[in-house]
Write a protein that binds this ligand. Structure first.
Ligand SMILES: [Zn+2]
Length: 666
């Protein structure tokens, strides 16, 4: 998943209240052990992790064995894979775009363990029947509702190794975003897309929704015959006359990577193994923008070994998609906000592609280990873009990421709540989405950058390649990774890095290497000239990249008068910018400096774009003043139905929106 530079001070009593209400694994109490088949080493590792934090000896926090592939307790799933675990999912779904409902069956191949019950995660689903392969009913119970949804427990008779569940989705299924024609780029047909990460797949499929449980899948999806369906699987490249599409994913993946999109979409290839799906009015722009995709795949392969998924395609979604991108296997889901017209924001594709190794191939065992997915992917993304666009590009994007990280950490510390600045999170009792800040991304990247600098790039590359090969199609805990890192890289190289400090302690350690960008230094010189009275149009800005403009906007002096803002806007056309990164950075300055002339554009932007990383800082700056809060509430009332549930949840919390008249049900 990709979002960057989202800020955190809105993290509120609301979130803490949720934490306190949930199930916490406390020191001195027995953790809710869902999984029994643990090695002694992993039990020890978990206990130290759960009760860890400051004061726990680093030596005790690490050293989980590296060879076992046991199931780790996932605090965000009802599944107990040591009793029974699914190995294959077979979907047969009908997509009703008018009723906004998926209805059909899910069949499962099951690997029996030591229990007679299989436990699924469900959330808001209506279960019509649960049957064995011979057509007889299997007894089942649905548990209580919590933020994890409801457990569906099915009794399995001796020897039963398959099930079929008939079900339909509810009106508030949070993974699904149903768009009316007016909310799409083409404005003629409705659109549907899913977003499974972190724990939302259970809102559209009864499934063992834990990143530590992998299965293969196939699907038959029936859609209106003027639309096309695509999934995180082998995909059609042309529309069928009957609206029936078949899919196959023969590599085992976790539930959060099962994904579906339905709309009036077309396909165009970029080369023989990469291509783009998009609405008609977007397809050519997207193909031009992402022309480097083929080169990105081969560059990634040169670095860390073969791409193992067959094709690599991207679908460009309507602008309400809440993230930059989502790394659904074989088919990245991407926001159209990276189509800048100058190929300047394609690092997003490098990021999602890199997840084909870090995340999709070697997967975080639980959401507490999220940094293993994202920190590695940010590192890998930078290696790809450095190969393609050079070290200066890399220095700029690394420094922007580092600034975001420092802001996030400072915000959390200012709130007296630095727990989530640890790489290893403790998200038990909370929606894991709450912990998905840029700490996992940028602090994770910073640690790997540090390790690389200590051992040298050659050794680090060999280590990473070996890691991806050895643990391909497996899940990884933080503890297991740290042991592997010490044994395979740091100890043989005779290098000391206090990895445990980085992983288990809050804040940013002193040995952090801050990226340096000469081009940003030149930008700062121009800001100083402007501050000293040089008119904006006389500044030396020729040839600036998107990142230099972002740096410029982020570092403007505070308290600018209307005349100064107008000087910038006249000279550089920020309010008219079609580059969403530049526009969003500018709009933030407009709110800070109360520059009225841009409010119409702000209104339009917030009503059409649902990408959370843009929404958070803009709404946050708005609610800081009384005037701004009134504007924010006015815009949000109109814009809220255009946002996906993950963005709605975040902005609701920020604005204290729950319970308001007109709120939609999630
Ligand atoms: Zn990501």
């Amino acid at each position: 998943m990709r979002f960057r530079q989202w800020r955190y001070p809105y993290r509120s009593a609301y979130l803490r209240a949720r934490t306190n209400a949930g199930v916490l694994v406390k020191c001195g109490t027995k953790p809710p052990m869902r999984y029994a088949s643990w090695s002694i080493a992993s039990v020890i590792a978990l206990l130290f992790t759960a009760c860890g934090g400051p004061g726990t000896s680093p030596a005790a926090q690490k050293r989980e064995g590296t060879d076992q592939n046991v199931h780790i307790m996932d605090p965000h799933s009802h599944a107990r894979p040591e009793e029974a675990v699914i190995t294959h999912l077979s979907l047969d779904l009908n997509v009703d775009m008018e009723a906004r409902r998926l209805k059909g069956t899910a069949a499962y191949a099951i690997n029996r363990g030591k229990g007679d019950t299989i436990r699924f995660d469900t959330d808001g689903l209506t279960i019509h029947s649960v049957k064995l392969a011979d057509g007889t009913d299997a007894p089942y119970t649905l548990g209580d509702t919590s933020f994890l949804g409801r457990e569906l427990a099915v009794k399995l008779p001796a020897g039963a190794d398959s099930l079929i569940i008939a079900y339909e989705t509810g009106p508030g299924a949070r993974a699904l975003q149903w768009l009316s024609p007016g909310q799409t780029a083409d404005k003629t047909k409705p659109f549907l897309f899913t977003q499974g990460q972190a724990i939302l797949t259970r809102t559209w499929i009864p499934v063992q929704d834990s990143p530590g449980i992998r299965f293969t899948y196939d699907a038959k999806v029936t859609v209106p015959n003027d639309l096309m369906a695509v999934m995180s699987a082998t995909n059609p490249q042309e529309r069928n006359a009957d609206g029936v599409y078949h899919f196959r994913m023969d590599k085992a993946i976790p539930a959060y990577l099962v994904a579906l999109a339905v709309g009036d979409i077309v396909f165009k290839p970029i080369d023989e193994r990469t291509g783009i799906y998009a609405e008609r009015t977007m397809i050519d722009k997207a193909v031009w923008e992402f022309a480097d995709m083929g080169k990105m795949v081969s560059t990634a392969e040169t670095l860390y070994g073969p791409y193992r998924w067959g094709r690599y395609d991207v679908i460009v979604l309507p602008p309400s998609f809440p993230f930059g991108g989502m790394e659904n296997p074989m088919l990245t889901f991407a926001t159209p906000t990276v189509i800048a017209g100058d190929r300047s924001l394609t690092a997003l594709i490098a990021h999602e592609l890199a997840h084909s190794w870090s995340g999709n191939l070697v997967t975080n065992a639980t959401w507490n280990d999220f940094w293993l997915n994202e920190g590695f992917t940010v590192y890998f993304e930078h290696r790809i873009t450095e190969e393609l666009y050079g070290p200066e590009y890399n220095a700029m994007t690394s420094l922007i990421g580092h600034q975001d990280l420092m802001n996030t950490v400072a915000d959390m510390e200012a709130k007296g709540d630095p727990g989530d600045t640890r790489l290893k999170l403790d998200l038990a009792g909370r929606d894991p989405d709450d912990g998905m800040t840029d700490v996992a991304y940028e602090k994770g990247f910073a640690l790997l950058r540090l390790v690389e600098s200590r051992v040298g790039r050659e050794k680090f590359d060999a280590f990473l390649r070996g890691y991806f090969d050895r643990y391909a199609f497996q899940s990884m805990t933080t503890e297991r990774f740290i042991t592997y890192l010490h044994e395979e890289l740091l100890d043989p190289a005779n290098v000391t890095v206090d990895v445990e400090r980085w992983v288990y302690q809050p804040g940013i350690p002193e040995d952090d290497i801050v990226p340096v960008s000469d081009r940003f230094t030149k930008v700062e010189e121009q800001i100083a000239r402007w501050g000293n009275g040089t008119p904006a149009k006389e500044l030396a800005t020729q040839g600036w990249s998107t990142f230099e403009w972002i740096h410029f906007l982020r570092h403007l002096p505070k308290g600018l008068e209307e005349g100064s803002m107008a000087d910038l806007d006249r000279s550089f056309g920020f309010t008219r910018s079609g580059n969403t990164e530049i526009l969003a950075a500018w709009l933030e300055q407009c709110i800070l400096n109360d520059y009225d002339a841009a409010y119409l554009r702000l209104d339009e932007f917030l009503r059409t774009v649902g990408r959370r990383k843009f929404l958070i800082p803009l709404y946050q700056e708005l609610v800081a003043t009384e005037k701004g809060r009134t504007i924010a509430e006015g815009i949000y009332a109109a814009a809220r139905p255009n946002y996906h549930s993950v963005s709605v949840r975040t902005i609701d919390a920020m604005l204290g929106w729950e319970g308001r008249q007109g709120s939609i049900t999630l």
